[in-house]
Design a binder for this molecule. Structure first.
Ligand code: CA
Length: 219
């Protein structure tokens, strides 16, 4: 497992890098916020440990850029900023966890392990729906072991329905899942996607609830 440590305090950075390397992680260390994105573009990392007070870009700005670019990489903020507002800003900004300095090394280790474990669970998540198997991480759907190829938007729409199976999702909710809050949606785009999904997955998988929206039955 490879960690990117972002810390501008030389003593703490050096100490953390040594300790985490001794635990068996590969640890790269950068000391400026504006080096994070290029490091993540160059190399694969499994987790980021992110300070907030940093030269270049501060940690909150780094988080914004990461999440704005849809990077799903787990981020644990490790910061001396310890007010409730700071922690809320970090978590709302897209951090997965927030640890305040000073901290016990054992606690940081435990949080890193927990976060990496969750990443593994997500990677291997499979949803069984009748004879369909859905793998969210790789955006694949299988029927009897055979891959059914879905474009990204169709997959996104189907996954939204599957994750809420047994409930009716409104058109508005599904359009938001497809296009976000700001996107202009053509009035029949949703129907077109549903039509394609039914052709590929079977006509009875997605149910129309007239005047409301759509649902996928719990199997
Ligand atoms: Ca700092």
């Amino acid at each position: 497992m490879r960690l990117l440590l972002v810390e501008d305090d030389p003593l703490l950075g050096d100490g953390l890098q040594r300790a985490l390397r001794a635990d068996g992680y590969t640890v790269d260390w950068v000391d400026r916020g504006d080096q994070v994105l290029s490091a993540l573009q160059r190399e694969h990392f499994d987790l980021v440990l992110l300070d907030i007070g940093l030269p270049g870009l501060d940690g909150i700005q780094v988080l914004k850029k990461l999440r704005g670019g849809d990077s799903p990489i787990p981020v644990i903020v490790v910061s001396a900023r310890d007010t409730l507002d700071d922690r809320v800003a970090g978590l709302d900004g897209g951090a997965d966890d927030y640890l305040t300095k000073p901290f016990e090394l054992d606690e940081l280790r435990a949080r890193i392990r927990a976060r990496l474990r969750r990443g593994e669970d997500i990677k291997h998540e499979e949803i069984q729906l009748g004879e369909l198997v859905i793998r969210p991480q790789s955006q694949e759907v299988f029927r009897d072991g055979e891959l059914i190829s879905l474009p990204r938007r169709e997959f996104t729409l189907f996954l939204e329905l599957v994750r809420s199976r047994g409930r009716v999702l409104t058109r508005e909710r599904l359009e938001q899942a497809l296009y976000g809050w700001s996107g202009d949606v053509e009035s029949n785009a949703l129907e077109v996607h549903i039509h394609h999904l039914r052709k590929k997955l079977g006509s009875d998988v997605i149910r129309t609830v007239r005047g409301v929206g759509y649902s996928v039955a719990e199997q």
